[in-house]
Design a protein around this ligand. Structure first.
Ligand SMILES: [Zn+2]
Ligand SMILES: [Zn+2]
Length: 57
């Protein structure tokens, strides 16, 4: 049931945004619409300096 979908980071109800990297279901607050990553993956994908050299898919 889609009504039972909750963000795996904050446990709030969500419409079901899914991280395309790790598959974690997150709410909009924890979803990076640009990258389609969850907040955790987005933080890794966008390291300080924006060079991306610490990110390994
Ligand atoms: Zn959340
Ligand atoms: Zn993720």
């Amino acid at each position: 049931m889609i009504d039972d979908t909750h963000c795996e980071l904050c446990s709030r109800p969500t419409d079901g945004a899914v991280c395309r990297r790790c598959g974690t279901i997150v709410c909009r607050m924890h979803f990076d619409a640009e990258l389609r990553f969850c907040a955790e993956c987005a933080a890794r994908a966008k390291p300080t300096g924006r060079r991306g050299d610490t990110f390994h898919l």
